[in-house]
Design a protein around this ligand. Structure first.
Ligand code: GLC
Ligand code: CA
Length: 513
């Protein structure tokens, strides 16, 4: 387990829309380098960079056409290497995005694989053995070449599925994960990892990590596969970290990942908190966090081990946090996100409450996700400081709202969301009990009338976190001794007759014994 994960706090960067330094309307590596100090100053010490490899961009780069070269629009491999070095010189780690489940239809492997005569890449993708036979339970590409077969699709139709085999096999064309083709695919993905780790990256966020082995209802085949990858990393790159886009830590963590996300899909009830009609983080008080807490505890129990369960503020696939969670409620949501175990992940712009921009035309396969990928709002200058290109040439238009939040504006204000997030991250650094691996015990589950409340503990330090987003008081039975508040938003909680009562719209962190 890489030691740096004990204190890692991540910042997710969507490279297209972070900062453009050559006025072509699209973000670039140099833009990220220019903002490393900003990221560090905010209190993050690690970065997850969305895919930045050669691609026709039918899915914003999640359709890779060359795993070994960066897309020229961001810069060269050398520029990315420089980004790693500049990050390291500031004590920041950088994860790249690995897309192992599929490539672009433009990838040379796929082109070779489409050929009717057998070649090195015939088994790199999942093909049936007749153009009249479809892949079961999966969409497929048909009639696209003279190869007599249909090819499985992993996501969009431009993303054919790489072949890691089938766990349960019912057709002759379904290969075992141990067959030569699937093994060669995995070896090549390990080479890709070796290549970038060798250049200085610190690990990977792994796209659709749970999808690799097909017909694998309990994930056993896919877990076995990732355990092999973990063994390879432990041996060759013990400081490299991998985090899965899986959403089921009880599978991904025993499957070898160091970290997994709770996400807008999967069984975690993450959406109950932030993204539904009545989220828990709302003053309307109609939301309920108890299903989330129950599932969280069950998952921790089942996952066991020392892996981290990570709660992102958002990502490039979800609606912006600020779409459903409004105003001061964002501070309460961040109080929760930044005091939970696991490594926090801040999606760029969430620290200033960037909004979901509605009504945009899809860009590079973003569809409804496009509105969560708009340019970072740095200041009040041209294009909010994102780019010097004409506004019509920006990769995605800016949030047109006259009162759109900016970093510059919020940095100057002590009561801004930016200052709040920065303050909480500093607090997290100061208190061992609030960090990634420290224990948690829920004492209030966010059911109607109850706040979210949990004890955190490490090396003799014990803290109680209480968050009540509702406009009514909320309480929970508790018999400990409530000490000094190390942090407070709104009125502090009060203890009486074996219960703690939290004020409306309040958050507090208290010493306890
Ligand atoms: C993941 C990515 C998403 C992409 C999809 C296919 O969910 O986060 O952006 O479209 O995988 O690669
Ligand atoms: Ca640029």
């Amino acid at each position: 387990m890489p030691k740096w994960l004990d204190h890692a706090v991540f910042y997710e960067i969507y490279p297209q829309t972070f900062l453009d330094t050559n006025a072509d309307g699209i973000g670039d590596f140099q833009g990220i380098i220019n903002k490393l100090d900003y990221i560090k100053d905010l209190g993050c010490n690690a970065i997850w960079l969305n895919p930045c490899f050669v691609s026709p961009f039918s899915d914003a780069g999640y359709d890779v056409a060359d795993y070994y070269h960066t897309a020229p629009r961001y810069g060269t491999n050398e520029d990315l290497k420089r980004l790693f070095q500049e990050a390291h010189s500031r004590g920041l780690h950088v994860l790249l995005d690995l897309v192992p489940g599929h490539t672009s239809v433009e990838h040379p492997w796929f082109k070779a694989s489409m050929r009717p005569e057998r070649n090195e890449y015939s088994d790199r993708y999942i093909w049936t053995d007749s153009a009249w036979e479809w892949t079961e339970n999966m969409p497929c590409l048909r009639g696209i070449s003279q190869r007599d077969g249909s090819c499985a699709v992993n996501f969009f139709s431009t993303q054919p599925a790489l072949n890691y085999g089938y766990y349960e096999r019912t057709r002759s064309w379904q290969q075992s994960p141990e067959d030569e083709g699937p093994r060669a695919t995995l070896e090549e993905m390990k080479n890709v990892m070796r290549f970038w780790l060798g250049l200085g990256c610190d690990g990977f966020r792994v796209d659709m990590a749970g999808s690799l082995v097909k017909n694998d209802p309990e994930g056993k085949g896919t877990m076995a596969l990732w355990r092999k990858v973990r063994a390879f990393l432990d041996e060759e790159f013990p400081e490299a970290a991998i985090i899965s886009e899986w959403g089921e830590p009880d599978k991904s963590l025993p499957g070898g990942f160091h970290m997994d996300f709770l996400l807008h899909f999967g069984p975690s009830h993450y959406n109950d908190l932030f993204r539904c009609e009545e989220p828990f983080f709302s003053d309307r008080g109609q939301g309920d966090a108890s299903a989330f807490v129950e599932k969280y505890l069950e998952t921790c129990e089942k996952a066991g081990g020392d892996g981290l369960i990570c709660l992102p503020s958002g990502n490039h696939d979800m609606d912006r946090l600020a779409k459903y969670v409004e105003g001061e409620q964002l501070k309460l949501a961040f109080t929760f996100l930044l005091t939970m175990p696991g490594a926090p992940f801040v999606y760029y712009g969430d620290e200033i409450g960037m909004r979901q921009v509605e009504g945009l035309t899809s860009v590079e396969g973003g569809y409804s996700r496009t509105g969560a990928r708009t340019p970072m709002q740095w200041d009040g200058g041209v294009n909010a400081g994102f780019s010097a290109a004409p506004a019509s040439e920006l990769y995605i238009p800016l949030d047109p709202a006259p009162d759109r939040p900016t970093v510059q504006d919020q940095q100057g204000k002590a009561d801004s969301l930016y200052s709040y997030v920065k303050g909480l991250l500093a607090l997290r650094r100061e208190h061992p009990a609030l960090q990634n691996r420290s224990g948690i015990r829920f004492v209030g589950d966010g059911a109607p009338g109850v706040p979210l409340a949990y004890e955190r503990e490490c090396e003799g330090e014990r803290l109680l976190v209480v968050v009540n987003p509702r406009s009514q008081t909320a309480s929970f039975p508790w018999n400990g001794a409530l000490g000094e508040a190390v942090f407070c938003l709104g009125a502090p909680a009060v203890q009486a007759a074996g219960a703690v009562t939290a004020a409306p719209a309040s958050a507090g962190i208290y010493r306890i014994s």
